[in-house]
Design a protein around this ligand. Structure first.
Ligand code: ADP
Ligand code: MG
Length: 621
């Protein structure tokens, strides 16, 4: 609840709306103790007094009644009627919607057709017809306004309920023997309640306006009773000669409706879980860069990450996800990056092209050079041109990276056309060729498939084809085979290996599986808690791991035909990156740790290309 309020008030406009509305509500609630005159007492001698006249701060109307008093009483009535109408409409409409959506079939059809009939009339006309039938009066205006808004709630809530009613947790409740009423009240209602609240908060303003409209026409509140609409109606004839009589209620209607709408929008945003997690702002187009200190010099590698530091600033916490990582690849080379989940592999990879979401991500140091050009400091337009064209990504889950509503051919063509001005037909032809390149059988017809029509392995091939679309020089593959089974994984790996040999691609291959590294990579870097702890040629690292962490990671890989061997899991958990211990981050889990491991900075030492960050390595490097 307090998180909700904090989010709500972070939105300045919503906070403004809340303050204005609170002032108005408090004023009308303390009417009994305010020294107000009788709102209905007429004094024709004092007609049309100007605002700020003695005894009448807002002046008087055509019958000499005190405008301030009438305004506050009228506001109270208008607010009460509008809110009551909203509650009634929401309750009845939602009940109808839930019942129709839950039972479905014929019940749904009959109920919704009746609702459609109500919706077929323009709704102010419908309200007028209802009041005409019931007779004028505030109560009847309330009924009319509530009635014309019922279909709005019924339609909205039915749509949500239909989506929920087919879900597994409803089936489970039914299997558990719950009755319909109980399922609706305990399973469905809590799920649709936020939607009802949001719909209400955005429609209360309208209902107040509609009630005022009916009163303005003389169909709502009856004289001498004041509400905002009737005050406007009575002032109409004196609008030119004594404008203050219309301006006073007009400003009040404006303030109420504006503040309710601003607040309603804020409530909607704050209740939306997607907006809640990502704060209320959209991420920037590139990661925020706030580098302090020296910027490392370029090298002659194709892609060189130099002393990269990426952090997440969340409230007062600073998560050092990447704390000074240096990596480099040359054309035709495959570099493996390996480490436990949470060691900072993905953040390193995403930092290269400025793809870490900001907020909360910030690059606080280091540089990334592509052919000698620094990408970290580069302007957005440069990065946009290089994304996909020079450096392309393959992600873990192709189902979430492909758009579900477009054919894969269209998506490939779009990727090509965003970097090359070629015709649609030409792009389509290239898309088919790409699918052939990644060994998708029958590419001519599969190019028209939707992502859901393909198997996981096929989708990942499309992901690779997408990365290849603009013939990049570097491909960064972030656990591309983790979601696949081993036989498909082997096919994908051999495909990547072939592409590398045929096209001279440089590949940065991120994984947590040493088996995969052994199969594909020339060199490997081992990451732990946001830093490289060991690197070297794959064979050398596998034969003689120098860092205790690497040794234990390798011991976790089962060997086929290797006889009975106990698989040693590493005890303990990786450290939280917002509270890294001084010294070696692995020390708390290491069986060789000494006191000297727990203080000071431990450097990466060794003779290139081998290096290790350990004071007591298993092997000298
Ligand atoms: P992995 O090696 O599994 O790919 P990541 O690079 O995704 O690990 O994450 C590295 C660290 O960064 C983790 O400790 C994670 O908790 C932290 N992290 C990632 N995203 C965020 C975020 N948006 N806010 C705070 N911390 C994050
Ligand atoms: Mg990851």
């Amino acid at each position: 609840m307090s998180a909700f309020l904090r989010l709500l008030f972070r939105n300045r406009l919503a906070a403004l709306g809340a303050v204005v509305l609170a002032v108005i509500v408090i004023l009308v609630l303390i009417i009994p103790v305010l020294p107000l005159q009788n709102p209905d007492a007429t004094a024709t001698a004092n007609r049309f007094q100007k605002p700020f006249s003695a005894g009448h701060p807002l002046g008087t109307d055509h019958l000499g009644r005190d405008l301030l008093s009438r305004l506050l009483h009228g506001t109270r009535l208008s607010l009460a009627v509008g809110i009551a109408a909203a509650i009634i409409a929401a309750t009845i409409g939602s009940a109808i919607g839930i019942v129709a959506g839950y039972f479905g079939g014929r019940t749904d059809n009959v109920i919704m057709r009746l609702v459609d009939m109500l919706m077929a009339f323009p709704y102010i006309l419908l309200a007028l017809a209802i009041v005409a039938a019931l007779g004028p009066g505030l109560m009847n205006a309330l009924i009319a306004v509530a009635a014309v808004n019922v279909p709005f709630f019924a339609r909205n809530i039915r749509g949500i309920t239909v989506g929920l009613a087919g879900r597994e947790f409803i089936d489970a409740a039914r299997l558990a023997g719950m009755g319909h009423t109980r399922i609706i009240l305990t399973e469905l209602l809590p799920n649709v309640l936020p939607v009802i609240v949001i719909a209400m908060s955005t429609t209360v303003g309208w209902m107040i306006l509609e009630t005022a409209g009916l009163s303005f026409l003389g169909l709502g509140s009856q004289p001498p009773q004041a509400d905002l609409g009737s005050m406007l109606g009575e002032a109409r004839s004196a609008m030119i000669s004594h404008p203050h009589t219309s301006i006073v209620p007009g400003i009040m209607i404006f303030l109420i409706v504006m503040s309710i709408n601003l607040l309603g929008d804020g409530v909607r945003d704050a209740l939306d879980p997607r907006l809640r997690s990502g704060a209320l702002s959209r991420p920037r187009a590139t990661t925020l860069v706030r580098r302090s200190g020296d910027i490392p010099a370029p090298t002659d590698d194709l892609l060189a990450i130099r002393d990269l530091q990426t952090q997440f600033h969340v409230g007062r916490h600073i998560y050092r996800a990447v704390g000074g990582v240096s990596l480099a690849v040359r054309p035709g080379e495959c570099l493996g990056v390996i480490g436990e989940s949470g060691s900072g592999k993905s953040v390193t990879a995403l930092s290269v092209m400025g793809l870490v979401a900001s907020p909360p991500g910030v690059i606080t140091g280091g540089a990334v050079y592509f052919r000698g050009q620094d990408l970290i400091g580069a302007p957005y337009e440069t990065l946009r041109q290089k994304r996909g064209d020079s450096v392309a990504y393959i992600f873990q889950d192709p189902l979430s990276t492909l758009h579900p509503l477009y054919r894969i051919g269209q998506q490939l063509a779009e990727a090509i056309r965003s970097h090359h001005g070629i015709s649609r037909a030409e792009a389509h032809r290239r898309a088919v060729q790409l699918l052939k390149d990644v060994r998708i059988p029958n590419a001519e017809s599969r190019v028209n498939d939707y992502p859901h029509e393909m198997s996981g392995g096929m989708r990942q091939r499309v992901g690779i084809a997408m990365a290849l679309a603009n013939e990049p020089d570097v491909i960064i593959a972030d656990e591309p085979t983790t979601a696949l089974d081993v036989t498909v994984q082997a096919q994908i790996l051999s495909l990547l290996d072939d592409l590398r040999r045929e096209r001279g691609l440089a590949i940065v291959f991120i994984t947590h599986d040493f088996g995969v590294v052994a199969q594909l990579c020339d060199r490997v870097a081992v990451m732990y808690a946001g830093r490289i702890v060991e690197e070297g040629p794959t064979a050398a690292v596998l034969d003689a791991p120098a860092h205790p962490y690497t040794r234990r990671l390798i011991a976790c890989v089962p060997e086929l035909g290797g006889g009975r061997r106990e698989l040693a899991a590493i005890p303990g958990l990786p450290p939280m990156v917002d509270a890294l211990p001084p010294g070696c981050a692995f020390a708390p889990r290491c069986d060789k740790a000494q006191d000297s491991c727990r203080s000071g900075e431990i450097a990466l030492t060794g003779t290139a290309p081998r290096a290790v960050r350990c004071l007591y390595p298993e092997e000298a490097v």
